[in-house]
Design a protein around this ligand. Structure first.
Ligand SMILES: Nc1ncnc2c1ncn2[C@@H]1O[C@H](COP(=O)(O)OP(=O)(O)O)[C@@H](O)[C@H]1O
Ligand SMILES: [Mg+2]
Length: 487
């Protein structure tokens, strides 16, 4: 009674299992075949029992059975052996087998029980996962985005090839927190704060920092991180994508600097114009009045007190000298003729003044066809020539300077040449890129406003600065009419 009950219970358990449970003799003859075995392999129990187990083994895997029987004979179990079996309809299925020896009451091995689990679904999932990982790798490898992944412990365990190539390091070096060694020390604390607080909140983040390139240069990186979840919503860590934004950032910075320089120069031009006018109109006028008063005084003293008149004449000369100096200062601060008579007159006056004050002999050659140019452009060219001449006095050691301004089709060409000691090509490159003083940089910025270009040719026998500014043909005439030429 008891025996029957437990046998029935066992049979019920065996039948209700999802796994196929089969028993066989040591010769390989099937002795039992449960419901799941019927479902899995397509043979009814009556068809299978009494048949050899090779019924479900594909021909190319027959040798497996010999191995299995061998091990069973030695009393060993076969655990989770993954293989392929065949259904009644000839289709194959992936299975995981666990085979144990069956002993009789005296301990003799009389057969084997075999539990087969259908792992086709699992295999398919594994393949799909492998394929998706493969795809992910191919995509990250091909894209300019550098990808990293971190686990739930905030530590990074994956870096794409792009990242590793960028820093020139191995995955082992970058692993965990290793990657942080290459973050610029000034950016590190800020980024760590963002990373940790967003990570704890599971929120996406975006940050910019400098990362050391394998060349040693720190380059700006834009890094975006988002939390990752399994399909059933379990947090798995973060995945991030980084872009090298160094060049864009630097270009934006350059534009910003250029805009500031332009704004400053405009303000400076305005201020100079104001000071020049103030000097000319206010101090200049006062000196004129003073001069006239003195002249009258001297005239009246000539008969009454000739000695006083002689002293007065000396004072008159000093006042005139002062007047000249103030006018020169005013002209230098802002060339008055520029607005009224144009570039050629203003430059001629300027160069004449220079000849009196310096030992450098300056030759000015302005082609007749230059004419009047837009107001701002004339000032830009005047300032450029002024800066070049100042540089020649200050840096070149040249005793000569040649200025040539001409119009060629749509361009105004400006050339300022000296016969001084010159500059090395590296020095020129450095000055043009970063500028040592504001001089050459300022020229560049002024020219840029008019879409002009500038380059410097230099050797140990002298330097030539050459600039070219596009001018539409009609501008000259339009301005010519708008601004009456000074006589
Ligand atoms: N004509 C020149 N001959 C030799 N060196 C020059 C000449 N013009 C400029 N330089 C060099 O270029 C540098 C930059 O000039 P600039 O930008 O005008 O700044 P600054 O005159 O204030 O030094 C100068 O310091 C000088 O070394
Ligand atoms: Mg200078």
């Amino acid at each position: 009674m008891e025996f029957d009950q437990s046998t029935n219970l066992l049979a019920a358990i065996v039948d209700s299992s999802d796994d196929a449970i089969i028993s066989k003799s040591l010769q390989g003859v099937i002795t039992s075949w449960n419901k799941s075995a019927e479902r899995m392999f397509g043979y009814a129990a009556e068809e299978a029992v009494g048949q050899h187990i090779t019924l479900i083994i594909p021909p190319e895997r027959l040798s497996e059975e010999t191995d299995i029987l061998d091990r069973l004979g030695r009393g060993q179990r076969v655990d989770h052996f993954q293989t392929v079996r065949r259904r009644k309809d000839g289709t194959l299925l992936d299975v995981s087998l666990t085979i144990s020896p069956i002993r009789d009451s005296s301990g003799r091995i009389v057969g084997a029980s075999k539990v087969a689990r259908d792992i086709t679904g699992q295999k398919r999932a594994e393949t799909a996962l492998r394929e998706s990982e493969q795809r992910f790798r191919v995509i990250t490898e091909a894209s300019p985005i550098m990808v990293w992944m971190a686990g739930t412990d905030k530590l990074c365990y994956y870096f794409s090839k792009g990242w590793l190539d960028f820093v020139g390091r191995t995955l082992e070096q970058e692993y965990g927190n290793g990657w942080a060694e290459n973050v610029h020390p000034e950016d590190f604390d800020r980024c760590l704060k963002i990373y940790e607080s967003c990570f704890d909140e599971r929120s996406p983040f975006e940050m910019q920092y400098r990362l050391r390139h394998h060349t040693g240069q720190y380059r700006w990186i834009l890094d975006r991180g988002v939390p990752r979840y399994t399909p059933d919503g379990v947090f798995e860590g973060y995945v991030g994508g980084c872009l090298d934004i160094h060049d864009q950032k630097e270009a934006a910075e350059q534009i910003h600097v250029a805009e500031n320089v332009t704004r400053l120069m405009k303000a400076q031009d305005e201020e100079r114009r104001r000071i020049a006018r103030e000097l000319h109109d206010s101090a200049g006028q006062t000196l004129t009045v003073l001069g006239m008063g003195l002249a009258q005084l001297v005239h009246r003293a000539e008969t009454a007190a000739p000695e006083l008149a002689r002293e007065g004449k000396k004072i008159e000369a000093i006042v005139q000298q002062l007047h000249r100096e103030i006018r020169t200062a005013s002209y230098l601060i802002h060339p008055p003729l520029l607005d009224e008579s144009g570039l050629a007159s203003a430059l001629r006056l300027y160069v004449e003044g220079l000849a009196e004050r310096s030992e450098v002999s300056v030759t000015l050659d302005i082609a007749d066809n230059v004419g009047r140019l837009p107001e701002g452009m004339e000032l830009a060219i005047f300032r450029m020539v002024q800066e070049c001449l100042t540089n020649i006095f200050r840096h070149s050691g040249s005793k000569t300077a040649f200025i040539r301004i001409a119009r060629q089709r749509e361009d105004v060409q400006i050339e300022v040449r000296d016969e001084g000691k010159g500059m090395s090509p590296e020095r020129i490159k450095d000055i043009l890129r970063r500028g040592s003083g504001v001089g050459i940089r300022g020229m560049q910025e002024r020219l840029r406003q008019f879409h002009g270009t500038m380059h410097i040719e230099s050797s140990d026998s002298g330097t030539t600065v050459i600039a070219s500014i596009p001018v539409a043909e009609d501008i000259r005439f339009a301005d010519h009419q708008a601004l009456p030429a000074a006589g």
